[in-house]
Write a protein that binds this ligand. Structure first.
Ligand code: GDP
Ligand code: IMO
Ligand code: MG
Length: 412
């Protein structure tokens, strides 16, 4: 199978960017298929730090072709900023992907201030842009090929949404950039299909995580797309059979940014220590991430939903600072033990986690090069996770750098 999808199994920020980057040398194409510049994928490579929001992480490798797929919502402003150090000829933008405009961001920010149920969004306009799309009043990237028609469409959209927006000033400001990207706006479903038929290797890079999925996450505290491999065929425009192997990315503990239920959340000094060691601040908004223990109940939910057949455990090195490690193996809810995730956010907020506790290893592991180099307690933790999840752990990430990745051997 020449394709692999990378999927975050928690609340995003699992280290998808790092893993995508570490594996990109094995792939010809890296494809983003959902979300927009709400994502923040961090990579340390070539002695530099890159944070990718709207571009696929493969852009850091000069040989890859990077697709911005149909299911994305694309901000031209974000793309213009982010493409600067890279080569435009290394990207293709779906002519059917929807465009996200500055007024979408304003609507997002306003609704966060005025609604009673604050989501804690990234305020990048993601929800409003998908609303525009599903209301069938959106504008797609292909429209940029005819600027006079684009101007009519943008004026219509602005009027329909009733927002203040200077269309002429925007066009004047973006004209040169739009002209520069037009040659790369294309039918990406066709391009990826052809690549697949030619035996090219394709990596699908998910953004966000399954617990932020619009339907299967902690609704309404979710994003507005489907960060699951099941959405790749629709979001890229491919037959489902093209997507089989999926690598689930799991942070060795849990983090969440924004509002919403988080049963295993911890506070105070314990949380601060992990936040500091793991540099747990949002890559997109800089907000401190909420910290918690590993939650097997949610992971089992996410694994069932996605069918991932291999796992990467990331940020394992961060747990070197703790004395003991807790794993949530079930919830107590209404006096009953359950291993299912309640559908209502309020119910999920009220469950009581049931934990098992393992000893920590209290020694740095960032220089370990193989599974057998890891302390016994770290190996035991990984074996226990694998037992609970029933999916083989293939990779262990023990540091932010590209090369800090251990691939497990058959006997580990
Ligand atoms: P993504 O959104 O899933 O790509 O994850 P982010 O990049 O938003 O957040 C992950 C953070 O952890 C980034 O700061 C990475 O540089 C960092 N990171 C990734 N893997 C590791 C790891 O194994 N150890 C440590 N210490 N940091 C890591
Ligand atoms: P990556 O790809 C973590 C969260 C926001 C908020 C909710 C809805 O880096 O893992 P949105 O702006 O999408 O409408 O916000 O989703 N969120 C993320 N959290 N990582 C992300 O992306 C996220 N993208 C959105 O914090 O709770
Ligand atoms: Mg991130």
């Amino acid at each position: 199978m020449n394709t692999l999808s990378i999927v975050g199994l928690q609340f995003g920020d699992e280290g998808k960017g790092k893993i995508t980057d570490s594996l990109s040398h094995q792939f010809d194409y890296v494809v983003r298929y959902q979300g927009g510049h709400n994502a923040g994928h961090t990579v340390y490579a070539n002695g530099q730090k890159y944070v990718l929001h709207v571009l696929p992480t493969g852009i850091v490798h000069p040989h890859t072709m990077n697709i911005l797929g149909t299911g994305m919502v694309i901000s031209l402003d974000a793309l213009q900023k982010e493409i600067q150090p890279f080569n435009l000829s290394q990207i293709r933008i779906s002519d059917r992907a929807h465009l996200l405009f500055p007024f979408h961001q304003q609507i997002d920010a306003q609704s966060e201030q005025t609604t009673s149920q604050k989501i804690g969004t990234t305020q990048k306009g993601i929800g409003p842009a998908y609303q525009t799309k599903t209301s069938r009043i959106g504008i797609r990237a292909g429209s940029l090929k005819d600027l006079s028609r684009f101007k009519v469409e943008l004026t219509q959209l602005k009027n329909t949404l009733g927002v203040q927006f200077d269309v002429d000033a925007y066009l004047e400001q973006m004209k040169a950039f739009i002209a520069s990207i037009v040659p790369y706006i294309t039918d990406t479903s066709y391009e990826v299909y052809q690549a697949y038929q030619q035996g090219k290797r394709i990596l699908f890079e998910g953004a966000q995580g399954v617990m932020l999925d619009l339907d299967h996450g902690t609704y309404p505290y979710v994003t507005s797309s489907h960060p699951t491999p099941s959405s790749i065929p629709v979001d890229v425009g491919l037959p489902p059979a093209f997507v089989r192997d999926a690598l689930g990315i799991v942070k060795a503990y849990t983090t969440r940014v924004g509002e919403g239920p988080f049963p295993t959340e911890i506070f105070g000094e314990d949380a601060d220590k992990i936040r500091k060691t793991g540099n747990e601040y949002g890559s997109t908004t800089g907000r401190p991430r909420r910290i918690g223990h590993l939650d097997v109940v949610m992971l089992q939910h996410a694994i069932r939903m996605t069918g991932v057949n291999q796992l990467a455990i990331t940020l394992l090195d961060v747990l070197s600072i703790v004395d003991t490690i807790k794993i949530c193996v079930a919830y107590e809810w209404n006096g009953q033990r359950t291993t299912l995730v309640p559908s209502h956010a309020q119910d999920l907020a009220n469950v009581k986690p049931i934990y098992e506790t393992l000893p920590g290893w209290k020694t740095p592991i960032q220089d370990c090069k193989s599974f057998s180099d890891l302390p016994k307690e770290a190996q035991d933790y990984l074996h226990r996770i694998q037992q609970h999840l029933g999916v083989p752990i293939r990779f262990i990430s023990n540091g932010p750098k590209r090369e800090q990745l251990i691939e497990r051997g058959h006997h580990d």
